[in-house]
Design a protein around this ligand. Structure first.
Ligand code: SF4
Ligand code: SF4
Length: 439
């Protein structure tokens, strides 16, 4: 079978961008009239003024004039959210998404993701900890009744609750078991752990099937007895009915141990994956700086890892999503210790309730994975299936996906998702001026 790569966004734009002389003349005249009606962007001194004129030009149908005003606003203040949103709204050209379009037609699930912050100290001190300096926070207690009430107000077919543990180990929090029980009664629960605590102490066994433990093998586990204890606890959790995933932070200095651990955990039937280190090491930014060989070792290459891991280096290139529509606050909620709702852990403003629709991000830096309206993990059936099973719902059929991807010219569904998500991310960054206007 001949594999034809789908036309990428740039090629598509090029193929569409051959205006006739008549179209050129019309565009020129429209810009001239727009400038005559609204004035020159160069004469505008404040971002507020520029946004106001841009919005009025847009409403009146003068797209290029509006773009010029939004650009002017960003030249004065690159963090002007309304200007970024306006620019993106007008410049965005949907890239080719044949596979994702089909997927959206065939799979629509009403999922709400909930993030709950747990704050307490960590019992480990890993040298690569991204939370170093924040991994000794004192215990912050929950108003469990308020959290239970907020959870009961969420309307969705599937509620997925994730614990954000900052720099702490959640299983040592004194209210952990009670919190876990409340959450697991409302939906599927997923959290990271260093798996150092005996689950016989903290696991509410009657709800184990709703729980997904993502446990990293950290340096303090890496002794013979440490690994044996880790494997014993993993076995306990899996026997009780939990989903358990063993992870290894693939820091540039630790890559040589990946094959050894793959064999160790395979022998014990404990699922294991390396996870790329995210951060700075020796002046370089990772995972972007991993060589091709290192990416292969970690499993960041095609056919060896899932789509989400494959796109990580690409979508971590720019993490300033200010102004871009995001599901946070709408289909992804952060619940504070007092039961209050926020959009996400990076946006501290309190909401009166969930938002009615996706809204532009309001902050400079996002570390929340992928929650953007047009690129997010929640639209994917594999993500749904992991948690639907945990919440006692039927998984959706994904057997059609590879064949459909081939019909669209890809080798597999994973390749299709990776290519189309990268294309969408690139177009969002371009349209919303993220390369051009740096905050
Ligand atoms: S276990 Fe996690 S939070 Fe604790 S020090 Fe290690 S990386 Fe940081
Ligand atoms: S920080 Fe991330 S998750 Fe939060 S609103 Fe912005 S893009 Fe969305």
């Amino acid at each position: 079978m001949t594999i034809t790569a789908p036309m990428d966004a740039a090629a598509r734009r090029q193929s569409l961008s051959k205006p006739s002389l008549r179209q050129d003349a019309i565009a020129w005249a429209t810009r001239a009239i727009g400038q005559f009606r609204f004035g020159s962007p160069a004469d505008v001194a404040t971002p507020e003024q520029a946004v106001d004129l841009g919005t009025r030009a847009e409403t009146a149908g003068y797209k290029w004039t509006a773009i010029a005003f939004f650009r002017r606003a960003l030249t004065i203040d690159a963090s002007c959210t309304e200007a970024i949103t306006g620019l993106g709204r007008l410049q965005f050209e949907k890239p080719a998404q044949p596979f994702m379009d089909e997927l959206r037609r065939r799979f629509a699930a009403d999922i709400c993701e909930v993030i709950i912050e747990i704050r307490n100290p960590c019992n480990y001190r890993c040298f690569y900890c991204v939370a170093a300096g924040h991994n000794n926070e004192p215990v912050k207690r929950f108003d469990l009744a308020a959290i239970e009430k907020t959870l009961s107000q969420i309307r969705a077919d599937l509620v997925v609750i994730q614990f954000d543990c900052g720099g702490g180990e959640p299983t040592v929090h004194p209210q952990f078991t009670d919190l876990l029980r409340i959450c697991a009664m409302r939906g599927a629960v997923s959290f990271p752990s260093n798996n150092s605590q005996d689950p016989a102490r903290w696991l509410p066994a009657e709800l184990a099937r709703r729980i997904y433990v993502r446990a990293a093998v950290h340096p303090e586990t890496e002794s013979k007895t440490g690994l044996e204890r880790y494997a014993r606890y993993a076995q306990h959790l899996m026997d009780a009915g939990c989903e358990f995933l063993s992870m290894f932070i693939a820091h540039p200095t630790r890559l040589s141990r990946i094959s050894e651990y793959r064999a160790y955990f395979a022998e014990r039937r404990v699922p294991f994956i390396p996870v790329p280190f995210i951060g700075e090491y020796e002046g370089r930014s990772y995972p972007h700086s991993f060589t091709d060989d290192e990416k292969r070792m970690i499993g960041l290459v095609e056919e060896e890892s899932n789509w989400y891991l494959q796109i990580q280096p690409h979508v971590n290139r720019i993490r300033n999503f200010r102004g871009i529509p995001c599901l946070a606050g709408f289909r992804s909620l952060t619940i504070a210790r007092d039961g209050g709702i926020r959009r996400c852990v990076y946006d501290a403003r309190k909401l009166a309730g969930p938002l009615a629709e996706p809204e532009p991000c309001q902050v400079k830096s996002c570390g929340c994975g992928l929650v953007l309206r047009d690129v997010n993990q929640m639209s994917m059936p594999d993500h749904y299936n992991i948690f639907a099973r945990r919440a006692g719902l039927e998984p959706v059929d994904v057997s059609w996906m590879d064949a459909a991807a081939m019909d669209h010219g890809y080798r597999s569904a994973t390749e299709a998702v990776v290519a189309e998500y990268k294309g969408m991310y690139d177009e969002l960054m371009r349209a919303y001026g993220k390369e051009e206007f740096r905050e």
